[in-house]
Structure formats: C-alpha cells, structure tokens
Design a protein around this ligand. Structure first.
Ligand code: S3P
Length: 164
C-alpha cells in the first residue's frame, strides 16, 4: 500500500481513500468491503450471527493480506485500535493517515446509519466515549493527522498528496 487511512466512523476514510487513489492513479481498497466479500454477508450480519470477535479476526487477516498490495487502503473505524493491527501497520512501513472529525460532525455523519453495528448498539454518549477512548490509539499509529471538518474531499486529498 502507498497510504492507509484510519480514524473513527464517519471521518471520511472511504470517500477520501477513493479520491486519493484517483489522485495518485492507483487502486483503492476498502477493508470493510473486502471483509464483506470474503464473508459473503454484511457487517451487521457478521456481528449479529458470529459476534464482534469473529469480525475482528476477519479484519486482522484481511488487513495482513491487503497491506501487501499496492494502492490506498481505507480501514474500518476499529482497525487501528488493536495492538496486533497497530503492529501490522507499523511493520508495513506504509504511511498511516488519521482523519479526524469533531464530535458534532461525526454524529451528523453516522447517526441513523443502520449499516454500522456499533452505531446501532450504542447511544450518543456511548459512541462519543468510544471515539475519545480510541483517539490515543489512532494518534499513536498515525504519521499524519488531517482534520476533515468543513473541508471537501478535494482539499483533504490535496493536503495528503502534498505530504506524501
Ligand atoms: C467499526 C467501524 C466500521 C466497521 C465495523 C466496526 C468500528 O467501519 O469496520 O462496523 O469498530 O468502529 P467504518 O469506520 O467504515 O464505519
């Protein structure tokens, strides 16, 4: 991979990842989409039928395989959180970019999204607590931090492309 995007749900990893890959004239991979394709069922069903631990195992294996490919990788909101995944990211030496968003922006982007099991499970306080709890992990894994509030994908991509 040439770049990996990490960050909490709703920070724009997929949107920015696609646009960054286009800018860099390379492939885009979305970890959640790869997991869904491999499992043959949506993330909500994996969580509901097999539990979060099964999802995390699939996520780690898919991350390990995908880091070896070329292109831009958009991860899931929990990917960079576990120590094992943080080690995979560090060992890959791929630039890791943390996309941030304010609490308000995050809620506006993810509330009422039925495709995200953690959004379904948690209330607003729980979701924001998870966001704040994860922030130090994202920070530790990141080589670059990019704010996304009130900025367009084009502006965000141009900042990342210049830094790369
Ligand atoms: C998760 C975020 C989701 C997806 C899964 C778990 C998380 O990805 O991987 O629902 O733990 O934050 P997005 O950040 O793309 O919503």
């Amino acid at each position: 991979m040439q770049a990996v995007l990490i960050g909490f749900m709703g920070c724009g990893k997929t949107t920015v990842g696609r646009a960054l890959a286009t800018e860099l004239r390379t492939e885009h991979a979305d970890l959640d989409e790869l997991i869904v394709a491999e499992a043959g069922r949506p993330i909500t069903t994996i969580f509901a039928d097999s539990g979060e631990a099964t999802f995390r195992r699939l996520e780690r294996e898919t991350l390990r395989q995908t880091l070896a490919r070329t292109g831009v990788l958009s991860t899931g909101g929990g990917t960079a959180v576990s120590a094992a995944n943080a080690e995979l990211l560090a060992a890959s030496r791929v630039p890791v970019i943390w996309l941030t968003a304010s609490d308000q922006t995050t809620l506006a982007r993810v509330q009422n999204d039925a495709q995200r099991p953690l959004v379904n499970q948690l209330d607003v306080e729980g979701l924001l607590a998870l966001k704040h709890q994860r922030a130090p992990r994202y920070e530790q894994a990141a080589d670059l931090v990019v704010a996304t509030d009130q900025r367009t994908p084009v502006q965000i991509v141009s900042q990342i492309a210049q830094w790369l």
